[in-house]
Design a protein around this ligand. Structure first.
Ligand SMILES: Nc1ncnc2c1ncn2[C@@H]1O[C@H](COP(=O)(O)OP(=O)(O)OP(=O)(O)O)[C@@H](O)[C@H]1O
Ligand SMILES: *[C@@H]1O[C@H](CO)[C@@H](O)[C@H](O)[C@H]1NC(C)=O
Ligand SMILES: *[C@@H]1O[C@H](CO)[C@@H](O)[C@H](O)[C@H]1NC(C)=O
Ligand SMILES: *[C@@H]1O[C@H](CO)[C@@H](O)[C@H](O)[C@H]1NC(C)=O
Ligand SMILES: *[C@@H]1O[C@H](CO)[C@@H](O)[C@H](O)[C@H]1NC(C)=O
Ligand SMILES: *[C@@H]1O[C@H](CO)[C@@H](O)[C@H](O)[C@H]1NC(C)=O
Ligand SMILES: *[C@@H]1O[C@H](CO)[C@@H](O)[C@H](O)[C@H]1NC(C)=O
Ligand SMILES: *[C@@H]1O[C@H](CO)[C@@H](O)[C@H](O)[C@H]1NC(C)=O
Ligand SMILES: *[C@@H]1O[C@H](CO)[C@@H](O)[C@H](O)[C@H]1NC(C)=O
Ligand SMILES: *[C@@H]1O[C@H](CO)[C@@H](O)[C@H](O)[C@H]1NC(C)=O
Length: 580
């Protein structure tokens, strides 16, 4: 045997010893941390699977199923060569989704067991850990921490939201309602396991003292100082050499899904912290329908809301249409004379028939009170279809509006809508003169009143023809256009309205403006209004007021009686008598 060979042999032995020692160390001490399970080698069975985002889904919502997930390699649970009893520490983050937190099932457990094959275990209340005949059997060789969302009398559960320490069976060594103790106050804070909020669990076992501590807290909260529950149990009597660590979960009749987001483990070593920022996201679950009532009320409320909104929109649109006006650029200068249709609509109570004063050749006239000024007005709606001439007419309306005379019906202003012109006049409480002449209901006017009215109209007409800045023609003097104020003064109204129809017609056609009977004879061939034609109409008006007869009257024999002829006849007889 050469010294060289001996040397090599010695080296070989040394290497063998070193590698044996390091293997032993790996068996006794181990550590891993998973913040999400993407690419992690887990041994899965049942419905358990790892979602693409790294979320470990132990159960998938289908009723009465179980799922398991184990770390693939086992750890040794025997004493170290120097006699130290095995200890371990675990952290994990879990979440449970249930339709309703109080009707939920069944639970998730963390397991340390002598095997990783739980194919003989049953779902539902057995939590995928035991079956209906091996509860508590010492051959089970497992330690578990249960997060139980169901109350089961068979296993002496304390409530339907508890944490328990289990050995070989589901009758817990110690258990507590889910929650944590506040570090400062020491008060107990409830937590709901099935709230679908991620929570962290710490499980610590000290082999020398055989003490087990379990602590629960919301995610992102530091580990509370006081454990939720403790138990003393010598796990060296339950677990022997090889132990597998992992999770189990089961569903019952109620829909639930159980998830593990992250996991950290240390054998004879502390469990490293889980990086909560790297944890996979929980899938979005629709809001739980709180109750049947809400399920019914919600659609009704939604429908009602939609209907209300639609109604409001329709009302607003209708209101806009109802109060829609036509306003053009050239009207800016007439702004102060312009009324809002909305105000006129309100003033006349929506152009109510009760407010109707009369219907004339141009349209309807309504009585109204302006909302702001409380001024009494007469509102005349004139429909017109030609756009032509409206500009000139509005200009004239505004210029006439500037005229103020005591025998003149003041024109306050106008408003325009599609195909419609609205004029706003001073209100005349006694209406038009024609009613006093022909209506039997009205009192007969005495001579003083008649002469006062005629004088007033004459004064007004003179003012317009000769005393105002420019000559204003009326074109339609007649008793129905003479209105009476509260003192029975005659006032000329309806100024220039005839012009509206004068414009916008074909100049070729002979369109006569005014009223038959009041038209001066020369109008027939000139069709040109002058102050003189107004004076002719005024003359006819004087005769009419004195006689109380229309310019052209139909007699009983169906003859036409001309007022002028009739008066002339009397006048000739009178003068004849005088001369004779
Ligand atoms: N400012 C007013 N104040 C009070 N009542 C008025 C006023 N203007 C008009 N009315 C009433 O409204 C009725 C209709 O007036 P309107 O001037 O439209 O018709 P008209 O004079 O009878 O005929 P035309 O349109 O041919 O002139 C009048 O008979 C009168 O009773
Ligand atoms: C859950 O898994 C079982 C078995 O793989 C399958 O039959 C079932 O359809 C799954 N349920 C859902 C909701 O995915
Ligand atoms: C996962 O672990 C098992 C058991 O140790 C092993 O057989 C398998 O090869 C591992 N798979 C991967 C991808 O590491
Ligand atoms: C026992 O050995 C382990 C390593 O295997 C060491 O960490 C521990 O401190 C030792 N304990 C004692 C009491 O020597
Ligand atoms: C688990 O154990 C059962 C018997 O209890 C056996 O039939 C099955 O093959 C085992 N599964 C694995 C993956 O070893
Ligand atoms: C425990 O399980 C073993 C093996 O399955 C069985 O032989 C034994 O009778 C069981 N003991 C009890 C008390 O059920
Ligand atoms: C906490 O839960 C327990 C048991 O469910 C209950 O008696 C107690 O009132 C709860 N406390 C609070 C503050 O909700
Ligand atoms: C369990 O908690 C108690 C009280 O906080 C503590 O004294 C003990 O060391 C803990 N045991 C383990 C194994 O962490
Ligand atoms: C159960 O745990 C609580 C809280 O840690 C503890 O006060 C109690 O003594 C424990 N009971 C048993 C039987 O270990
Ligand atoms: C725990 O059990 C093992 C095996 O029976 C024993 O060697 C050990 O002394 C026990 N530990 C305590 C603290 O009783």
């Amino acid at each position: 045997m050469s010294p060289l060979f001996f040397l090599i042999n010695q080296q070989l032995l040394f290497i063998l010893v070193i590698s044996f020692l390091s293997l032993a160390a790996v068996g006794d001490e181990h550590q891993f941390v998973y913040s999400g399970f993407t690419g992690v080698n887990l041994t899965l069975d049942g419905v358990a699977f790892v979602r693409p985002n790294g979320l470990l889904e132990l159960t998938n919502g289908t009723a009465r199923l179980k799922g398991h997930a184990f770390h693939p390699t086992p750890f040794s649970f025997s004493k170290t060569p120097n006699g130290t009893a095995p200890s371990f520490a675990v952290r994990f983050v879990f979440a449970i989704y249930c339709i309703q937190t109080d009707i939920c099932g069944h639970g998730t457990t963390f397991i340390v067991a002598a095997r990783n094959n739980f194919s003989d275990a049953m779902p539902t209340q057995y939590l995928g850990l035991i079956n209906d005949h091996n509860n508590g059997n010492t051959t089970n060789h497992f330690f578990a921490v249960e997060l139980d969302t169901n109350l089961n009398d068979e296993f002496k559960d304390i409530d339907n939201n508890h944490v328990g320490v289990d050995v070989n069976g589901l009758i817990s060594v110690n258990s507590s309602s889910a929650g944590y103790y506040n570090d400062k106050s020491g008060n107990f804070n409830n937590l709901t396991l099935a709230s679908y909020k991620a929570m962290q669990v710490w499980v610590e076992y000290d082999g020398d003292s055989t003490q087990i501590n379990v602590t629960l807290a919301p995610l992102n909260m530091a580990k509370p100082l006081k454990p939720l529950l403790s138990a003393a149990y010598n796990l060296s009597e339950v677990l022997t050499d090889n132990v597998y660590v992992g999770f189990s979960a089961s569903t019952g009749s109620f829909f639930s899904r159980q998830y593990v987001l992250g996991w950290s483990f240390g054998m004879n070593m502390p469990a490293l912290p889980i990086d909560t920022a790297k944890l996979p996201k929980l899938p979005h679950e629709g809001p739980r329908p709180q109750s049947k009532v809400l399920e019914i009320i919600l659609p009704i409320a939604t429908a009602a809301f939609v209907i209300i909104v639609a109604t409001i929109i329709i009302l607003l649109v209708r209101k806009r249409l109802r109060y829609a006006e036509v306003r053009e650029d050239w009207e800016v200068e007439f702004g102060p004379h312009r009324f809002l249709y909305k105000d006129l609509f309100r003033a006349t109570k929506g152009f109510n028939n009760k407010n109707l004063l009369g219907v004339g050749g141009f349209g309807r006239v309504y009585r109204g009170v302006l909302p702001d000024s409380k001024l009494e007005v007469a509102v005349k709606r004139i429909s017109h279809d030609s756009k032509q001439g409206i500009k000139e007419f509005v200009a004239e309306v505004v210029s006439i509006g500037r005229v103020q005379h005591r025998n003149f019906v003041q024109l306050y202003g106008y408003c325009r809508r599609k195909g419609e012109l609205i004029l706003v006049y001073e209100y005349m409480p006694n209406g038009s003169l024609d009613k006093y002449l022909y209506d039997r209901e009205k009192p007969t006017l005495c001579w003083e009143q008649r002469s006062h009215i005629i004088k007033g109209v004459a004064s007004g007409l003179l003012y317009l023809h000769e005393e105002w800045d420019k000559v204003i023609l009326h074109r339609d003097i007649k008793p129905s256009n003479v209105l009476l104020d509260d003192e029975m003064n005659g006032r000329i109204g309806d100024f220039g309205l005839a012009r509206l129809y004068d414009h916008g017609v074909d100049p070729q056609t002979t369109h006569v403006v005014g009223t038959i009977g009041y038209l001066a004879p020369e109008m027939a061939h000139t069709n040109k209004a002058t102050p003189l034609t107004d004076v002719f109409s005024f003359g006819m008006f004087v005769l009419e007021v004195i006689c109380g007869r229309k310019p052209i009257e139909r007699t009983a024999q169906d003859n036409e009686l001309m007022l002028v002829d009739w008066v002339l006849d009397f006048w000739q007889r009178f003068t004849h008598r005088c001369s004779g």
